[in-house]
Design a protein around this ligand. Structure first.
Ligand SMILES: [Zn+2]
Length: 366
């Protein structure tokens, strides 16, 4: 009896480990995973398959130099399951292209459902509530497909960085986030039947932002909504200090002729309470800088959001940012989604709250 039970659980374990292969969508995506490289090192313990050639089962490592790639891209995958590219593991094909500057671009091409396994785990803590992870999976799938539709003419659809969505390939996958992808397989967000750009961010600070104030996108489903993320967010309140020299130098690098800073204050405020622009007084006059430009100049990770108040320190040597939230504030708020999930809201309710008026549709039907 025990033996039979063991065999059964082993079979279940095998089936579960095969699940990623089975939940395919027949919709591929192309992800730029390395750019401007002289050499790219590929490895696979089971050997390689090179498109248009015999498989290289004896080879475990291939170092591909730009000089060895012709005008046609070189497409390689593992003869087994995973191929390592510069030490990270990926599913699907890896395409190496020589660019006009003579360097290599590596593109990972794979089914969008398999791509999402490596995205969701990289974009949200894997130990969060299952409904939060499912909301993230649907938002990420929608965002990826939207980017793909916008990418005509480019050799890839998305980047593997936060400029699109973080993607760490198979190396980044976690069981809980993979389950969220499987349980929502093929589901995307639509507004009046059209796919939406499903922006999301870490923590809004209490009210999400109208996309129109950040990027000039005016859509009813990207209007700001109330959010309870402040109850649990680790970005609830923060303070960051930078020397006036650091800020002046960062702004000069971005083309603003800011000299010795003598005062600073937030200017116009968005309806949600974020700072639109900042007035910097310095010994060359007063310069007005959009708050998101100032944030990017100093470092997006260093100033978590533009939901801040700004003042000069009493000594005059530092700029003090006191704020809340993390990220641009548009669309789904991850910490707010987690707060809703902890209060028993489903992923569908969560998505309906942050993208008002949208519904869920099957990717194949769009
Ligand atoms: Zn929020």
């Amino acid at each position: 009896m025990l033996k039979k039970y063991l065999f059964l659980s082993l079979s279940i374990a095998v089936v579960l480990s095969l699940m990623p292969e089975q939940a395919l969508s027949s919709e591929n995506i192309r992800v730029a995973i390395a750019d401007n490289q002289r050499n790219i090192v590929l490895s696979s313990p089971t050997g390689f398959v090179v498109e248009g050639r015999n498989s290289l089962q004896g080879e475990r490592t291939l170092t591909v130099g730009a000089a060895s790639v012709g005008s046609r891209p070189l497409r390689v995958r593992s003869a087994g399951d995973f191929i390592r590219v510069n030490k990270k593991s990926f599913r699907g094909w890896v395409e190496l292209r020589k660019k006009k500057n003579g360097l290599l671009l590596a593109v990972n091409e794979l089914d969008i459902e398999l791509y999402l396994l490596g995205v969701v785990a990289s974009e949200i803590p894997h130990d969060w509530h299952a409904e939060t992870l499912k909301a993230q999976a649907v938002a990420s799938r929608t965002y990826a497909l939207y980017q793909k539709r916008m990418a005509e003419g480019r050799p890839y659809h998305v980047l593997a960085t936060e400029n699109s969505q973080m993607y760490n390939g198979r190396s980044g996958e976690r069981p809980s986030t993979s389950q969220a992808v499987h349980e929502t397989a093929g589901q995307v967000l639509v507004y009046e039947g059209e796919l939406i750009p499903a922006f999301y961010h870490s923590s809004c600070g209490g009210h999400t932002e109208d996309a129109s104030t950040v990027w000039d996108i005016k859509e009813p489903y990207l209007q700001g909504v109330d959010c309870d993320c402040q109850n649990i967010s680790k970005y609830g309140q923060w303070e960051r200090r930078f020397s006036v020299d650091t800020v002046a130098h960062a702004l000069r690098r971005h083309g603003y002729p800011v000299m010795q800073i003598t005062a600073a204050a937030q200017g116009a405020i968005t309806p949600a309470g974020r700072v639109r622009d900042v007035a910097i007084r310095h010994n060359g006059g007063t310069t007005v800088v959009p708050a998101e430009v100032l944030r990017a100049a100093v470092g997006n990770a260093l100033i978590p959001s533009v939901f801040f108040e700004l003042e000069l320190s009493q000594t005059g040597g530092e700029l003090v940012f006191s704020g809340r939230g993390m990220g641009h504030g548009v669309g789904l708020c991850q910490w707010g989604a987690e707060e809703m999930a902890q209060h028993k809201f489903s992923y569908r309710s969560i998505l309906g709250h942050y993208y008002p008026g949208t519904g869920i549709a099957a990717m194949e039907e769009l």
